[in-house]
Design a protein around this ligand. Structure first.
Ligand code: TXA
Ligand code: MG
Length: 328
């Protein structure tokens, strides 16, 4: 039976018990500041295999390893280049995953056979305490079935996935709502593999030029295996539209339509079947995006219209997730 516990702040006695059970090979759904994770002892191959099975995740898609302090990175990575060190100092703990050359101790199954490992030191106090008390790094993808939007609520962890899990820690909505920024620091010029809350501008300010990964370039596809899969997709069709066209598009719409936008609802008449959901900032939209993707499916919307975010700050990450969700 899956045990569900609620905690806003770390409850040491309970986290100690959960940590022990993770160390012994059980799975846990736990909160982070980005999205909920599905975690296992990163050194336990059998436990990690259960993650792939529970998520129906392709075996060539590596997992991020979560740590409880900066020193633990030395246990996992062969060498920590200067730029990686700068990034750790500037952004850890926080929503940044750093890809480094791995040590042998990291099982192949975790990194899907790659010679590198993605390491993340999360900011969420419950996540940090859990990893600390587990006394082992925790390998964890987002707590959703492969292809679905990431879970930003504990109860979004999909039902079939929960059958394989011993514990669920519910700490309420994920504050950021989009997965961590991923940067590959194995080359002289770091490569941004996945945009997130820590923006390209922030990264470049810290370490100078950062190359932006493009999935069109065959050469580097192998660098970020997860990027080739369809992601974040609700059942409803997602369509990106230019701000100026939004109202016109809504007025001619048919069927149940959800609009996610920064724009005010227009005074002009819009069809009854349209729900207009306005967000005060791109950050707020980011936080709630996956929640609304899931809500749209629950409520039977056939289409979701979103206006193109600007590519500044969190906008780049938003655009990335929206384009993936919009892919047919
Ligand atoms: O915010 C997050 O990063 C969340 C929370 C739970 O920490 N985790 C998360 O994990 O989003 P997941 O598995 O859903 O996405 C991890 C991505 C995948 O696209 C994977 O391909 C990439 O990270 N990745 C992991 N290790 C890598 C490596 N060594 N090299 C390149 N990409 C890697
Ligand atoms: Mg994921």
């Amino acid at each position: 039976m899956t045990k569900i516990v609620r905690m806003k702040k770390p409850n040491l006695a309970v986290l100690c018990e959960i940590g022990r059970s993770v160390r012994k090979g059980k799975l846990v759904v736990f909160p982070t500041e980005t999205v909920y994770g599905l975690g296992a002892n990163a050194f336990d191959e059998k436990a990690v295999r259960k993650i792939f099975k529970a998520k129906k995740r392709p075996a060539d898609n590596p997992l991020i390893v979560h740590i409880a302090n900066k020193k633990q990175a030395n246990q996992l990575a062969k060498k920590i280049p200067k730029k990686a060190r700068i990034l750790m100092k500037r952004f850890w703990p926080g929503p940044l995953t750093i890809v480094l050359k791995k040590k042998k101790i990291v099982p192949r199954i975790v990194t899907a056979g790659l010679s590198t490992v993605g390491i993340r030191f999360p900011l969420h106090p419950v996540a940090r305490k859990l990893i600390e008390l587990a006394k082992v790094p925790i390998a964890a993808p987002s707590a959703n079935t492969a292809g679905k939007p990431s879970a930003t609520r504990a109860f979004h962890a999909d039902r079939d996935l929960l059958n394989c899990v011993e514990w669920v820690i519910d700490s309420g909505p994920s504050p950021i709502g989009l997965e961590s920024t991923i940067i590959d620091c194995t080359k002289t010029i770091p490569v941004l593999l996945r945009p997130g809350k820590i923006s390209l501008e922030q990264l470049e300010k810290a370490v100078g030029t950062v190359q932006v990964f493009s999935s069109n370039k065959k050469k580097i596809v192998a660098k970020a295996p997860g990027m080739k899969y369809r992601h974040y997709a609700p059942k409803a069709t997602v369509e990106l539209v230019h701000s100026m066209e939004l109202v016109d598009r809504v007025q001619v719409s048919k069927g149940k339509l959800l609009v996610l936008t920064l724009q005010k609802k227009p005074r002009t008449k819009i069809p009854k079947k349209v729900v207009w959901k306005r967000f005060a900032s791109p950050e707020m939209l980011a936080t709630e995006l996956f929640f609304w993707f899931r809500k749209a499916d629950e409520l039977g919307f056939s289409k979701i219209l979103v206006d193109y975010p600007s590519e500044k700050g969190i906008g780049r990450a938003l655009l990335n997730r929206l384009q993936k969700a919009a892919k047919k």
